[in-house]
Ligand binder design. Structure first.
Ligand code: ATP
Ligand code: MG
Length: 328
């Protein structure tokens, strides 16, 4: 018993009921904290979902719609963060794809229309020649019409082929040294008949010290033949075409000036669009498909050259300036 009395133990006793309430209180606080954390997490995650995940999903959905061929859909951009930047880039891409597709559709339908028209005319003439009794004069004129339509179709197909080659960057750029002054003389001579039929005078002046340019004879001929052909076509009888050439920044600067029907300001910007012709109804009397200038531009772009077309307005004539570098 003595031993017991001296042992260093303190016996503390707490009433059992009190302890129970304390534990219960602690548990309550703990649960409250857990609940609070859960609530905060919920709020935070839904905020993340709202601001980050939802836009990403929208982006994905739009991509899916785009892949299915719906290019008209755009993402609504409400925020101002990185996601918004992606959405903006996305919308821009959709816009570009949409307009490219529209351009292609228009191109295909224009092409088939341009091919169908001469075919219809050829068919009508050939049927008449075959089944009708025609006087020799009409017969001859029908044969000539067929010939002309075939030439038109051939030129159209050649232009289209060359254009698509330049589009695909598959056109071979020539490496021949071209004496541009000689080329100009031979071209003006070849167009002499076409010009004099409308009593149009063509003059050519050049600085004798022009360096040769490195290019393909065929491509350069297509360029200047188209510009001269336009100048003759869109200039009335007794008109005047002045062609000048001079050296300019390691290359040549050519200016072809006519005093013909001119081009109004609002039409100038469309001249390089495929199949564009200023006056569709009037154009029927002047033959053409509206592929000349787009082809000229594609060729010049490929050679690092440029073209500028200016006109002061209707019946004020047109000036076409072309720069071609001597070497690439
Ligand atoms: P294509 O050249 O395919 O036979 P086109 O001459 O109509 O047909 P472009 O050479 O591309 O086509 O010219 C487009 C349009 O620009 C022409 O239809 C014409 O309205 C206008 N244009 C071009 N050159 C001149 C010019 N010198 N004067 C007035 N209008 C011009
Ligand atoms: Mg033309």
């Amino acid at each position: 018993r003595d031993n017991e009395r001296n042992s260093p133990f303190i016996i503390v006793s707490v009433p059992y009921e009190n302890l129970n309430t304390i534990i219960l209180q602690r548990w309550g606080t703990l649960w409250l904290i857990v609940l609070l954390i859960a609530l905060l997490t919920l709020i935070a995650s839904s905020w993340v979902a709202q601001t980050i995940i939802r836009p990403v999903y929208t982006l994905r959905d739009t991509a899916v719609r785009l892949a299915q061929g719906d290019f008209s859909h755009r993402i609504k951009v409400t925020s101002n963060d990185e996601i918004a930047e992606v959405a903006h880039a996305f919308n821009e891409m959709a816009q570009q794809v949409e307009s490219m597709l529209e351009e292609q559709k228009a191109f295909a339908s224009n092409t088939s229309h341009e091919l169908r028209t001469p075919l219809t005319s050829i068919r009508l003439r050939s049927e008449a020649l075959r089944y009708e009794t025609l006087d020799p004069e009409t017969e001859q004129s029908y044969i000539e019409d067929i010939d002309n339509e075939v030439i038109r179709m051939t030129t159209l197909i050649e232009d289209l082929t060359l254009l698509s080659r330049f589009d695909a960057k598959r056109a071979e750029l020539g490496q021949s040294e071209i004496d541009i002054v000689r080329l100009a003389h031979s071209l003006t001579q070849r167009l002499e008949a076409q010009a004099s039929a409308k009593s149009i005078r063509i003059t050519f002046t050049a600085d004798e010290t022009l360096d040769p340019i490195i290019s393909s004879m065929n491509h350069i001929q297509i360029v200047f033949r188209n510009i001269l052909d336009n100048a003759i076509k869109y200039t009335g009888n007794d008109g005047q075409i002045d062609w000048q050439m001079r050296p300019h920044e390691k290359g040549i600067l050519s200016t072809i000036r006519d005093n013909g029907e001119g081009i109004e300001a609002e039409n100038l910007q469309h001249l390089f669009e495929r199949f564009y012709r200023v006056d569709q109804s009037r154009s029927r009397t002047i033959q053409g498909t509206g592929l000349g200038l787009p082809l000229v531009k594609s060729i010049l772009d490929a050679y690092g050259a440029w073209i500028k077309i200016e006109s002061e307005g209707k019946n004020k004539g047109t000036v076409v300036t072309i720069y071609i570098p001597s070497r690439k």
